[in-house]
Design a protein around this ligand. Sequence first.
Ligand SMILES: [Ca+2]
Length: 381
Amino acid sequence: MSRFLIVSILALLMVSNVLQPVAAATGTLDQQQTSILGGLLLYSSPPAASYQFLSQTFTAGLTGALTEVELAIGYEGDSTPTGSVTVEIHSGSPTGTLLGSSSLGPSGIPEFVGSAPDVFVAFTFSGVSVVAGNVYAIVITASNAQYDPPHYVVADYYLSDSYAAGTAYYNDGSGWIDLTYDIAFKTYVAEPYCDIEQNGSPIQNLNVQVSSTFTVDVWIRDIPAGWGLTQFNIQVNFDPNDVEFIDSEFLDPNVGGWIGGGNVIEPGRWNGDAQSGGLSDVWTEDRAWFVLTFHCLRAGPTPITVTSPPVGTIILVPVGGGSPVFLEPEPVTVIVNQFEPAPVAGVVVQKNSLEIVTPYLALAGLIVAISTVFVIKKLKN
Ligand SMILES: [Ca+2]
């Protein structure tokens, strides 16, 4: 009988289902298996003459940045282990491509008493993207952590297939062996979302002087590493009684055969789209793609909402080829507060038509050129 089975069977004697959350995670809870009935020993005796490494596969339910993996992990024994624990994310299987890793030293992993650890410990990640429907492996290794106590234990739900979309593995040097049951884990994913910013900071309100113009720059930003933009479709909705659309410009990158354009397709709705010349001509950097110019018609608040159309149409493909993902950020709205200009030289300036903009601006010597930025972000705070 191998050592991991010994640990699991001992742990069966005491059942634990008390789950204590740690500090609120960044991102949305995606996949989880939180039943605990035992534990698997995690160790690597120096100089790694013997070891037992662990893995749990999962199928992502959300597309975005994997921000955290939580494991119910702890140590037991009379003293603190000296080794650290590393959690890696691999694509497909424990031997698949390494996507990222996160480590905690002994001080970051709590002691437990009883059958199995039941406190979930967060391992944080950056730069790891997951796609809904794809399988990933959480690979858990320990450095300089011994078999004898004090040692690390990772909680599991012994002998039950409690998570259908993945499985636990162990590796003691003879390869990854499917345990057919599951480790306790949680994954958190930050989905792409829209943001409206001014000078780099998110805003909900924008103050603009009536009869002035303002611009809306449409950016797509924070494209995940390893992915490229190949096509997108964005709409900007506004009240044509409050603001007047003047024009929009497609900011052609002049590489990759990109074509794009934008128009008002119905009153109060501007639609812009662009696509690369081919799947190998993807765009990977932060970039503004359109600039829209509006004219304020009358005083008062008015919403401007940026959306992606009903079907997810910000399309990314893996650099080098692969299946596309279709991102669909939630709409975002900014309230434009249009205010009356102060009288200039004792004359109340007229408003409400485009024609007066130029003389007014010339007279007052003022121009309100507020650049508002629409971005697709990877991480939600
Ligand atoms: Ca399973």
